[in-house]
Design a protein around this ligand. Structure first.
Ligand code: PMP
Length: 285
């Protein structure tokens, strides 16, 4: 089915939704993006996603020419125009059309692209049986080089780790930071359960501040679970009682094996399943 794609605030059929080959988003990965999810026609934590988008843009000195509330409105309108109830939304802001040189000052206008589509979800067996991970040899971007808190169009760091994971038969791969601590996976944040407490790497471990991560932390705290955001090592992962990943697409997905070590009982754990259930209730509420 042909989709209506929003380009600079105008809805056009997807066949006509094109960008220039001189766009620096394409030439240099110069831009930022968001991945959002619609449940029952309503975008989950829309304002939070839009805020992160503008913070990413701010960090790369990209001025988005519309307000955050207009951006949120355009995202909702694109979802509605495509009659998406449960689906995925991609918002992309590129630096715009420039020359073949790097200079972003030569770029005319940022391009605002919003795509709403149905979502390809992880197969149910991942939730029933849990995932296996490997630790990638690819270190997560050093925050002083390109902060992982910026959701930029340059995902090569994650893609290289993903390739390594896929080669090893894993759909996700664990990435360590430059200090050798656990950072996150290629497109998901990581959580552990140890002795009844929930552990997750802090933002300064060099991770994206996941919207799902924040929601799960809130849900856990509301349920009276202690949440600890301290540096985590690979050893902590190996000896955890439970492990799971969070992300807009994955939601809450259990991990049962890491680097060929069985985590906990080797089955999705009770806290993982409980938070998964609570998350589902939250997104539909
Ligand atoms: N880390 C990375 C590198 C990601 O790309 C994503 C997906 N956006 C996440 C974590 C999870 O973030 P969120 O829960 O906001 O989707």
């Amino acid at each position: 089915m042909s989709r209506q794609v929003s380009i600079n605030g105008k809805l056009v059929p997807q066949e006509q939704a094109t960008v220039s080959v001189f766009d620096h988003g394409l030439l240099y990965g110069d831009g930022v993006f968001e991945g959002l999810r619609s449940y029952g026609g309503k975008v989950f934590r829309l304002e939070e996603h839009v805020k992160r988008l503008y913070e990413s843009a701010q960090a790369i000195r990209l001025e988005i020419p519309i307000s955050q509330s207009d951006m949120a409105k355009q995202i909702s309108e694109t979802v509605a125009a495509n009659k998406i109830t449960d689906g995925y939304v991609r918002a992309v802001i590129t630096r715009g059309v420039g020359t073949l040189g790097l200079d972003p000052n030569k770029c005319s206008n940022p391009q605002i692209i919003i795509i709403a589509d149905t979502i390809t979800m992880y197969p149910q067996e991942y939730y029933d049986n849990g995932l296996e991970l490997i630790t990638s040899s690819v270190i997560r971007n050093h925050p002083a080089a390109l902060s992982p808190r910026i959701k930029s169009l340059n995902y090569l760091n994650n893609i290289l780790a993903k390739i390594e994971g896929l080669k090893a038969g894993c759909v996700e791969a664990l990435m360590l930071n430059h200090k050798g601590e656990v950072a996150e996976c290629t497109g998901d944040n990581l959580f552990l359960v140890k002795n009844g407490r929930l552990l997750t790497p802090p933002l300064d471990a060099g991770i994206l501040e996941g919207v799902t991560r924040n929601a799960v932390i809130e849900l856990a705290e509301d349920a009276g679970i202690e949440v600890v955001t301290n540096a985590i090592t690979k050893h902590d992962v190996y000896i955890a009682n439970e492990c799971f990943l969070t992300g807009t697409a994955a939601e809450v997905v259990p991990v049962v094996k890491v680097d060929d070590r069985v985590i906990g009982t080797g089955k999705p754990g009770p806290m993982t399943l409980d938070l998964h259930k609570r998350f589902h209730e939250l997104v539909r509420s």
